[in-house]
Design a binder for this molecule. Sequence first.
Ligand code: GDP
Length: 196
Amino acid sequence: HLFRRAQFRLAAHELHQLPADHGAEIAFAGRSNAGKSTALNRICDQTGLARTSKTPGRTQQLVVFTLDETRRLIDLPGYGYAKVPNALRDHWRETIDGYMRGRRSLRGIVLIMDSRHPLKDFDRLMLTYCRDIGLRCHVLATKSDKLSRGEAARTLLATRREMASLCPGATVQLFSSLAKTGIDEARAVLMSWFED
Ligand code: GDP
């Protein structure tokens, strides 16, 4: 599959460092520690592709992975640590805002949430951004292996219901990098965005 061909291209601190705005890209967003790096690695079937690192400096970078000549995945910086200073947060907002609004090749956002703590402030912010900009959004409610079947089903329904008002049209699925569930479903959504 296409995602197995993912290769690290560059890490950008500023938007002008990104590759030319041609072709198609899909960006991954999520609070720190939600499980974004692990999900990216699973989808691309490559352990160690997206590095799981907790340093605030690194969280400020947009990491670009190429799939082929025209298609890319972007690992957006997350936040969620109390210790991140306000100035960094402002820079984050500006960068992400600029990227999401200005990037013509951006096809949609994959938002990673810990299924045990869905729809935190960060997630609501991303969903309303997507709604305002008219960007597609697909949520991976990950670490679903930590929930019982019943809990997972209830979380999925409750999250879907709440998302319908935050960002109509956005979709959500259960995902587990550990149990390797939901991976094909996620790949299918990404492929449909690329092919569109
Ligand atoms: P990121 O900061 O969003 O990139 O989060 P990471 O991918 O580094 O994951 C944060 C922590 O959650 C790590 O300790 C992972 O091993 C763990 N984790 C990630 N995905 C899963 C999952 O599907 N199930 C479980 N049980 N743990 C996970």
